[in-house]
Design a protein around this ligand. Structure first.
Ligand SMILES: Cc1cc2nc3c(=O)[nH]c(=O)nc-3n(C[C@H](O)[C@H](O)[C@H](O)COP(=O)(O)OP(=O)(O)OC[C@H]3O[C@@H](n4cnc5c(N)ncnc54)[C@H](O)[C@@H]3O)c2cc1C
Length: 379
């Protein structure tokens, strides 16, 4: 079989690696810029197993297990660090939601701890608890290094014979008789393929809509701030639900974080905005006053690809041209899902089997009205 994977981000790399591992045939990855150009190396590099929907929680749990296993095979150390996530809650209503969700998480074996304001003060003396009603701590969550994970997958895939075409844009998917025939690359003619997998992140609508397919997914620009390094003292990712700001510290000591800030919708430039920086800095200085004089060194922007239910989309609709598959719409939590997406999609392409964990995320859920509403989105 000849398979084209379009997009050289974490999804495309994981899919290509998993296909090669299963000896799928001739696998080519096409990337219009360079490997990791997209959101994959513009992320916050965090993972969690705590989602409000059971489907996303289960998927993330299994995905992280895959990444931990793979770490042993990679030439690059992905630096997986279970630092925990600390959710700061400002109302009884938020506490109730986390209590209820914790019952579901406990059943899955990943229960966390609800903390009183006093306990937050004792455990995290750097946090200003004014206005807080309590907190939830999820010890199973943590961080990785997104560059090292991507290049780990890249080198494994390459060693298994995957062919990479960087600086090569796929302009169109050619369909004939209800089947994928191949792709058009640059100004050249048809490159023949049996299967085309779109792992094109925020740019997916541009290419998939040429085939007449439209799914409810839109890109949304997001930004991140990084400070100068300072003494390591913030271990978990701290998310202040009231302000929507999140903050954590890299192992190098930089303070990293973001905030939900109104940025232009859709694809545009990837410049960062001073207004965003100010909003984040204000929220962080209020919650962690010791950071007031910490200097911001760098900002960057990328895209969340938001689906209508904030859950990712993988696989195919039987009404689509035969041989066409997608993996996108991750809604801000895609890096952590990609290890399992790659594995299950590779199996699906090669055997037709739809794993129980994959089933809820099929693109058919939109027309069947079987959405997975995920309300716990960060940033
Ligand atoms: C600020 C920010 C913080 C985030 N934090 C986290 C986090 O902490 N944890 C987490 O799990 N997720 C996080 N995410 C989300 C995560 O980064 C994405 O969900 C994930 O990287 C998506 O990977 P991808 O491979 O699908 O897409 P991308 O990494 O965007 O890759 C798509 C690639 O396709 C290429 N491409 C597009 N069109 C074509 C074409 N026609 N031909 C050839 N190539 C093409 C692009 O150049 C690009 O390289 C964050 C995202 C942002 C923006």
């Amino acid at each position: 079989m000849k398979i084209a994977v379009v997009g050289g981000g974490i999804s495309g790399l994981s899919i290509a690696y998993n296909l090669a591992l299963r000896k799928a045939g001739e696998i080519h990855v096409y990337e219009k810029n360079w490997i990791t150009y997209g959101s994959s190396t513009r992320s916050g590099s965090r993972f969690r197993v705590h989602f409000w929907s059971e489907e996303n929680s289960r998927f993330a749990m299994e995905s992280i297990k895959r990444l931990e296993k793979l770490a042993k095979k990679m030439d690059w150390n992905p630096i997986i660090n279970r630092t925990g996530y600390l959710w700061l809650l400002s109302s009884e209503q938020e506490i109730e939601i986390f209590k209820k969700s914790n019952e579901m998480w406990r059943k899955l074996g990943v229960g966390g701890v609800l903390l009183t304001t006093e306990e937050v003060r004792e455990r995290y003396p750097y946090i200003n608890v004014d206005g807080l009603a309590g907190a939830f701590f999820g010890p199973q969550d943590g961080s990785f290094h997104h560059d090292y994970v991507c290049f780990g997958y890249y080198s494994l895939a390459k060693s298994l014979g995957v062919v990479f075409h960087q600086k090569t844009e796929v302009k169109d998917i050619v369909v004939s008789g209800g089947k994928v025939e191949g792709i058009k690359v640059g100004d050249e003619g048809l490159e023949k393929f049996d299967v085309v997998v779109l792992a094109t992140g925020a740019w997916t609508n541009i290419i998939i809509e040429k085939t007449g397919i439209k799914l409810p997914v839109e890109p949304l620009k997001k930004e991140v701030c990084l400070t100068e390094p300072c003494r390591y003292f913030i271990k978990p990712l701290v998310i202040d639900l009231a302000s929507s700001a999140y903050v954590t510290q890299t192992l190098k000591g930089e303070i990293l974080g973001s905030i939900d800030y109104p940025l232009p919708q859709g694809l545009g430039d990837l410049e960062t905005e001073l207004g965003f920086v100010k909003a984040w800095a204000r929220a962080v200085a209020k919650r962690i006053p010791i950071l007031r004089n910490c200097r911001i060194m760098r900002t960057w922007a990328g895209y969340y690809m938001m689906s209508i239910d904030n859950s990712h989309i993988m696989g195919r609709d039987p009404e689509w041209p035969e041989g066409l598959y997608v993996a996108y719409g991750y809604s801000g939590h895609g890096f952590m899902m990609a290890p399992l997406v790659g594995e299950l999609l590779a199996e699906n392409i090669l055997t037709g089997r739809v794993d129980e964990l994959m089933k809820p995320f099929l693109p058919t859920r939109f027309k069947e009205d079987k959405l997975i509403p995920e309300k716990l989105v960060i940033g």
